[in-house]
Design a protein. Structure first.
Length: 221
């Protein structure tokens, strides 16, 4: 079983969010997962151009590191997203990666995967940002087990509690994968997304040839 963490802080080993990510990864490792952390800020990932090539052909026309990180995510059973709060949002690097993954949402490519999110902040936005990353994972079809956050400017000691929480959640992520855990409210979102995207994909089947074929092959349309 593979668990992959994607970190979006540009502060390398000085990153507090990385501490939470490493704790979650350690928890996953203790439960028997094969783990890795990818630093999205060290990769060359261009902005989405909104050209729709991914919907048409199933891959992006930009020749950069996106395909490397996407392949890693598709191979993983569990995904951990980590970003500090920047202006109460994810960092630009994390958002740039997410924008490039529009086709993962159209094709619900994370169906069957599980995920979680970690975030640190000075004082504001930690819950919001972690919830945003988890919502993104659910939009891609994944099931999320929770989040670990800390507002470390306001409460410096809170990082220690969050490290413990991240560790336990990393373990729980692996248990959730193993038992194929589902949550009724997330299943409802998945069903709704299947309906909404199914209709869009049928309505645009000539334009979005790859997506339509993908859905046909999955037996979803
Ligand atoms: C560009 C920038 C924007 C930030 N925006 C916020 C913010 O909106 N709210 C907040 O409380 N802290 C904000 N911070 C502080 C970081 O969220 C905080 O220091 C975080 O723990 C950094 O995580 P890292 O060490 O993993 O990079 C910001 C920091 C930077 C550099």
């Amino acid at each position: 079983m593979k668990v992959t963490g994607i970190i979006g802080s540009p502060r390398g080993k000085n990153s507090s969010t990385l501490r939470l990510m490493e704790a979650a990864i350690e928890g996953a490792c203790q439960e028997g997962a094969d783990t890795e952390i990818i630093d999205a800020t060290r990769l060359r990932i261009g902005f989405c151009k909104g050209c729709g090539a991914c919907y048409r052909r199933g891959r992006c026309e930009q020749d950069d590191d996106f395909s490397y990180v996407m392949e890693k995510m598709l191979k993983a059973d569990g995904l951990i997203l980590g970003s500090p709060s920047y202006m109460d949002g994810v960092t630009g690097q994390m958002k740039t990666l997410m924008d490039r993954m529009s086709d993962a949402i159209h094709c619900q490519q994370f169906s069957g995967k599980h995920g979680m999110a970690v975030c640190t902040t000075g004082s504001s936005g930690a819950e919001l940002v972690a919830d945003y990353m988890n919502k993104f994972l659910v939009s891609c079809g994944a099931t999320v087990v929770g989040k670990a956050v800390a507002a470390i400017g306001q409460h410096p000691g809170s990082i220690n509690d969050a490290v413990e929480q991240a560790y336990l959640l990393g373990k729980d992520l692996v248990i959730a994968i193993r038992e194929r855990r589902t949550y009724p409210e997330q299943e409802a979102v998945h069903r709704r997304n299947r309906e909404v995207f199914g209709e869009s994909i049928k309505a645009n089947k000539e334009k979005w040839a790859h997506d339509y074929l993908y859905w046909v092959q999955k037996g979803w349309v």
